[in-house]
Design a protein around this ligand. Sequence first.
Ligand SMILES: [Fe+2]
Length: 266
Amino acid sequence: MSQLRTDDHLRVMVSHLNKLPCAPEFVICTGDLVDEGSTEEYAILSEIISDLRMPYFFIPGNHDERDAMRKVFPNHDYLSGHDGFVQYTIEDYEPRLIGLDTVIPGEVGGRLCSRRINWLQDQLAEQPNRPTIIFMHHPPFRTGILRMDEMGFENPLEFAAILTEHSHIEAVLAGHLHRPINRKIANTIAMTAPGPAHQIALDLTGEDRLAITMEPPAALIHLWLGSEDGLVSHVSYSGDCYENQVIYAAGKRVRAENLPAPAIPL
Ligand SMILES: [Fe+2]
């Protein structure tokens, strides 16, 4: 595999999100925004991601440095967070959004210490009837990919016990795994996002190894359909690996002109 150009992949993803027929209202980046946490890297990120046509929000992952993020993105006031952590709520959308900071500086795995747990409990208690999404870098569950689980979230049971006390949490969104995985947890569902560049290879053998793969880069697109139908989450692949083919429109099957024949005969 040639050297990964994650910057180029991110440019493609930004363009992809901007061009979606139903563009997202906002974007959440669930951490590991750069590789080594330097201000130079965040400056490159800023140059690329500022092309997004919608607001975007960051939380840190194990590759990130909180102070460098704050320095390079001074207009992102929410990065000042709470008690030194990049934890914050976003009240401007439905559902309500709560971002958590699972970073342990110098370590690959993540944890919510008592100060962060207490803050989360306060936020959840503040609006107990409003649909809410939690987002964090480290997924609060084991995935079966051994090496990633070994550098995972350290207190999933404590976190799940908090979720159990609430019925208004629509989803828990995470990063870190570079591939889409989901699991029921407490009264809600938790899921990880695919990577916008490389993916972690699907290896459920329990062998002590880790591989990356160039399965198609992608993002999760979440659609809030209201309190009755809830939150639905789709995988959207970036790049030019396919074009939309209109095969059904206005109640009829159609065959669009000048497009490759669909794999399934109409
Ligand atoms: Fe990570």
